[in-house]
Design a protein around this ligand. Structure first.
Ligand SMILES: Cc1ncc(C[n+]2csc(CCOP(=O)(O)OP(=O)(O)O)c2C)c(N)n1
Ligand SMILES: [Mg+2]
Length: 367
């Protein structure tokens, strides 16, 4: 975390142009991402969910800050740790706006509950979703495998006269994949608007970052492709926004790809199945220190400095620093709780898929 503030290319400060309402909306979105995680872990612990949740707890500033400034026509390619991103894309167009370019909370909850109201009609759950219509590249288990897909998507868009950019998300461990190099190399040669956001949370499952990456900063890999490598403080939603918007402007103007490394810390296990083991393979002091800089607390401080929160608001909804078992509904704004409740109600009411559907979409139906 030492070099979190070291700028690679000197970035602009797009966040200075954000309105008070924008900043408050970012704060609300941080709560929403946190509440989604906290609530689903509670549901999982009560035995109501199957599969694995790869918690984004402590990494929400990357989720919110990187996609907040995108245009509706831009693409994103989230991975396992970015579950809230599927329903948070283009949220500024209105959380419940059916025309916004993001998935609905209902679809995402039906996906998590493995119900037929999900896009894949319960063939898979958690992060294995996407939407061509909403410009969200389907996430898969093959880490870094969607970067070439992202490059292809924006190449096609350019050939069709579009000006969309794509944000791909990867953990630092995934940057060791051969495909990461091949895809960025290709994007750099053809100056494709592919922004690779690296969520450097210091761990890839049980492997620490120093056994994954030989340089101090993953952003240094950018030099090998002749492209910019930015470093953001991944706990500060406004710093993530600034660095990603710099990369977006660069890409949209035709200059090509870049890497934005966001320094963060994986607060819990790799997935909820790994929490107990992670407590053994990680130094408790490291974990304690890594959890200290909670993105909610950092954003709250910024909003207080800007006088965007009243004295009363500044001390409401103290979700920061609380684990999923410590945090309660009272720690979150009611509109956040209500929104997720709507999604969960839809998921619970959605039927299990009938067994006869098992072969659907497997073979081409005969006419
Ligand atoms: C190509 C590939 N290799 C291995 C795995 C198994 N695997 C799933 S998540 C994970 C760790 C990924 O670490 P990182 O990229 O840092 O992301 P994080 O989970 O820390 O967010 C591994 C090794 C995989 N899904 N795909
Ligand atoms: Mg990692």
């Amino acid at each position: 975390m030492k070099s979190a503030m070291k700028p690679h290319p000197t970035p602009g400060r797009a966040s200075e142009q954000l309105t008070k309402e924008d900043c408050l909306e970012m704060f609300r979105q941080l709560y929403l991402a946190r509440y989604f995680d906290v609530r689903l872990i509670k549901e999982k612990k009560r035995g109501r969910l199957r599969g694995t949740l790869y918690s984004s707890h402590n990494q929400e500033a990357i989720i919110v800050g990187s996609i907040f400034g995108l245009r509706p026509t831009d693409w994103i390619s989230p991975v396992h740790r970015d579950m809230p991103m599927f329903f948070m894309k283009d949220m500024r167009a209105g959380w419940r706006n059916p025309d916004r370019m993001g998935m609905s909370i209902e679809e995402v909850c039906a996906q998590v509950w493995c119900k037929s109201g999900s896009p894949g009609r319960a063939r898979d759950n958690w992060s294995h979703i996407g939407s061509l219509e909403k410009r969200i590249i389907h996430s898969t288990s093959m880490l870094a495998g969607t970067i070439p897909v992202a490059a292809g998507v924006v190449l096609a868009d350019r050939l069709n006269g579009g000006d969309a950019v794509v944000l791909t998300f990867n953990g630092e461990g995934s940057t060791a994949q051969g495909i990461f190099h091949e895809a960025i190399n290709y994007a750099a040669i053809h100056k494709l608007p592919v922004i690779t956001v690296v969520e450097n949370n210091q761990w890839a499952y049980g492997t620490p970052v120093q056994l994954e990456v030989p340089t101090e900063d993953v952003a240094d890999r950018a030099k090998g492709y002749g492209i910019p490598g930015y470093i953001a403080d991944g706990q500060d939603v406004f710093d993530v926004y600034d660095k990603v918007m710099e990369a977006v402007e660069y890409a949209r103007s035709g200059k090509g790809p870049s890497i934005v490394e966001c320094k963060t810390f994986r607060a819990y296990g790799h997935g909820d199945h790994d929490d107990d083991r992670a407590a053994k393979y990680r130094d408790p002091h490291e974990v304690e220190e890594g959890r200290l800089r909670d993105p909610l607390a950092i954003c709250r401080r910024r909003l207080i400095e800007k006088s965007y929160l009243t004295a009363d608001d500044a001390i409401r909804f103290m979700a920061e620093g609380k684990s999923s078992s410590e945090a309660t509904t009272e720690d979150f704004p009611p509109e956040v709780v209500a929104y997720l409740d709507e999604g969960i109600r839809f998921a619970l009411a959605s039927p299990e898929p009938p067994a006869e559907e098992g072969g659907m979409w497997v073979f081409k139906e005969s006419e």
